[in-house]
Design a protein around this ligand. Structure first.
Ligand code: SF4
Length: 318
């Protein structure tokens, strides 16, 4: 177990870790290959879909259970990476993806995430793709120890909207972590992306049954049509009956250090008839707390428009 050696790391698909090692961003003293573990099963059990951590992204996206019960997750997986990468990447690895901030990958430049206390190259550098939402809305004078990077995973945005549980196992046994608590915002320790404890291994994720399958949509806005990370993404899930919305969930990608859960969306939409006017009000409400860097003010309008578009697509209105 990696808990015996703090310098050790688990490896499965290796689609991000090998890249980080080649560039010298990370250099674990020991790699523990976990591909032989029986963690690939995708099944429906006790009112939830349980997906083993070693299930491949492509297998999850194409699985009948996911396509019929959790289509938002299938859409997000198909929006991420290339077919080749999806055939290698695992669900557990997807949860642990590191940011694609270019300063993080360039050893010659300062980066608090790679080398805590060295500064943030993006703060006064190229920050067009960086965050617009921060811990406690505290941006505006970025703390010296902090980080403006965004979380890169599409899958995690859908999982956050769906209030997924992450099952982990470690030296202290099994524990279950809600997606909202799995990744971290940065005010301190930007080198840490998650709240995993030393030696812990993700073993599965669980998505509870819900009534969103007929009205959900994952919208990804990016600079080019394929193999690009999101400038902004929206996972929107609605339960609509009798012409009214009875439940709503939303998470945003490409806007914060972790998938950004839009908590007020349910309160604002519940009991209302879907309309573009209503969705615009919802979008603009959340954007009031967004803070742009020098180069990414465009993301505030872009995110607002993406929220409206995703909600319209989920609701099936033109
Ligand atoms: Fe490093 Fe984060 Fe700053 Fe990028 S935004 S340079 S990852 S500290």
């Amino acid at each position: 177990m990696a808990g015996d050696n703090p310098e050790a790391q688990y490896i499965a698909g290796g689609t991000n870790l090998i890249d980080l090692m080649k560039r010298g961003v990370t250099s674990p003293a020991k790699l523990i290959d976990i591909n032989h573990l029986p963690l690939r099963k995708i099944e429906h059990r006790n009112d939830r879909v349980r997906i083993g951590a070693l299930a491949l992204n492509s297998d999850v996206a194409e699985h009948r259970l996911i396509q019929t019960r959790q289509p938002l997750l299938a859409q997000a997986l198909l929006a991420g990476a290339s077919g080749q990468l999806r055939n290698m990447a695992t669900v557990g690895g997807n949860l642990l993806q590191r940011t694609r901030c270019s300063y993080f990958y360039d050893l010659a430049l300062p980066c608090n995430k790679r080398k805590p206390g060295s500064g943030c190259g993006a703060e006064e550098g190229i920050n067009r793709t960086h965050a617009i939402f921060f811990a406690g809305n505290g941006f505006g004078g970025i703390e010296k120890s902090s980080c403006l990077a965004v979380h890169p995973s599409d899958m995690c945005v859908a999982l956050t909207a769906l209030e997924t549980t992450v099952v982990v196992n470690g030296p202290d046994g099994e524990r279950r972590v809600m997606m909202k608590d799995f990744h971290r915002l940065t005010t301190q320790q930007p080198e840490l992306d998650t709240n995993l404890r030393p030696g812990e291994l993700i073993t599965a994720i669980e998505v509870e049954d819900n009534a969103f399958a007929r009205h959900s949509h994952y919208l990804k806005v990016r600079d080019r049509a394929s193999y690009a990370f999101a400038l902004v993404s929206v996972a929107a899930a609605l339960q609509i009956d009798g012409g009214k919305i009875w439940d709503a969930r939303m998470a945003l990608g490409g806007v914060a250090h972790k998938p950004w859960r839009y908590w007020a969306v349910d309160l604002m939409l519940r009991g209302q008839a879907p309309s573009e006017k209503l969705f615009r009000e919802v979008a603009e409400h959340e954007m009031k707390s967004a803070k742009a860097t020098e180069q990414n003010a465009f993301k505030i309008r872009l995110t607002s428009n993406a929220i409206v578009a995703a909600l319209k697509l989920a609701a099936g209105i033109s």
